[in-house]
Design a protein around this ligand. Structure first.
Ligand code: AHM
Ligand code: MG
Length: 335
């Protein structure tokens, strides 16, 4: 296989070069974040910061540092008009929208950051939306960001694991790039990531079993029943508790990842955030032939009413998501 890299891939991509340039700066920022992650306790960025983010979660020094790196480096892309992040209450405007329109970048700068201290894989998740048509010639508002995931033009994640990899879609399939630690180059290591339709692996935090909705309980019970149960096959369970790592496993070899609504906080849709966690992952999964469901419909069609909106997340192999969808139908538990 002839090798190519992210820069060459982006220069050939049949999309607005301004959009490609935004992916390029995200990759550059992730190289900088990767440096801090890899340095660990030998650097200055380990430990909790003693503050909380807008979600009321404890911030790690690396959360804030990664957010600052994303803001500073990504602002250089000329088509980028504003950014939003898990770590910021409201949007970060960059420049006025040009007459031909521009782009909005959303990210979770360091997802799974509770795993930093134990040296388990973490990641950066990002999503790129167009500015709305009526935004030309003015500054972006927070309301401009509130678009369904189906409108995303690009999405991806970078996993800081044994290897640093970027998994990317520009809306026509999914590619993976591996960071060469020798020269900082993102080498394309997969051109067609595809999720197998069937699987024998699922990922869910089973500590929440007693809180699940009945369709989720049925699905997991049937997996656990294995070869003696209705599925007629044994399943395996994996839970890294780092969404990027868990979704990367699903993207790499199939499976189902779930962080569904549960009864702990019935008025909360789920733990994960729609705009910069669920939607970019749902876009990637669909582009790789998988599916994503939020208990009611496709994740990508969920109405968006708030920047930090939560979502119920079930994604992965298409046959498994179809099964979960059927169990959630009004008569789904009786059939
Ligand atoms: P974060 O954005 O605050 O890091 O939280 C998101 C993480 C996901 O990466 C992961 O899937 C989930 O929280 C783990 O939750 P739990 O602690 O319930 O296992
Ligand atoms: Mg996070």
């Amino acid at each position: 296989m002839s090798t190519t890299n992210l820069a060459a891939f982006l220069s050939r991509a049949p999309v607005d070069p301004r959009l490609s340039a935004i992916v390029g700066v995200v990759a550059e920022a992730c190289v900088a974040i990767n440096g801090h992650v890899r340095r660990g306790a030998t650097g200055q960025a380990m430990g909790a910061l003693g503050s909380q983010n807008v979600q009321g979660e404890v911030q790690q020094k690396l959360d804030v540092l990664s957010n600052d790196i994303m803001l500073e480096i990504c602002a250089q892309a000329p088509g980028l008009c504003a950014m939003a992040s898990e770590e910021m209450e409201t949007i970060h405007p960059v420049r006025m929208v040009e007459p031909e329109g521009g782009y909005l970048l959303l990210f979770d700068p360091l997802d799974g950051s509770s795993n930093i201290a134990v040296n388990v894989s973490i990641g950066t998740i990002f999503s790129i939306l167009p500015t709305p048509e009526d935004a030309a010639g003015r500054a972006v508002t927070e309301a401009d960001f509130l678009q369904p995931g189906r409108r995303q033009l690009a999405a991806g994640y970078v996993v800081y694991g044994p290897q640093t990899q970027m998994v990317l879609t520009l809306g026509a399939g999914v590619s993976a790039f591996t960071l060469d630690p020798e020269n900082g180059d993102w080498v394309q290591t997969s051109a067609t990531m595809t999720i197998p339709a069937e699987t024998r692996e699922f990922a869910i935090n089973t500590a929440n079993t007693r809180h699940w909705a009945a369709p989720v309980s049925r699905y997991v019970d049937e997996c656990l029943a294995g070869v003696e149960g209705p599925r007629g096959k044994d399943f395996n369970m994996r839970w890294v508790a780092s969404m990027v790592a868990d979704v990367h496993r699903v993207m790499s070899r199939g499976g189902v990842f779930m962080y569904p609504w549960d009864k702990r906080e019935p008025n909360r849709a789920g733990k994960l955030r729609l705009m910069y966690e669920a939607n970019p992952m749902a876009f990637l999964v669909e582009q790789a032939g998988g599916a994503s469901f939020d208990g009611q419909g496709d994740t990508l069609d969920a109405p968006v009413i708030a920047l930090h909106q939560r979502a119920s997340v079930m994604l992965g192999s298409s046959a498994e998501i179809a099964r979960l969808r059927a169990y959630h139908a009004p008569d789904g538990l009786t059939t």
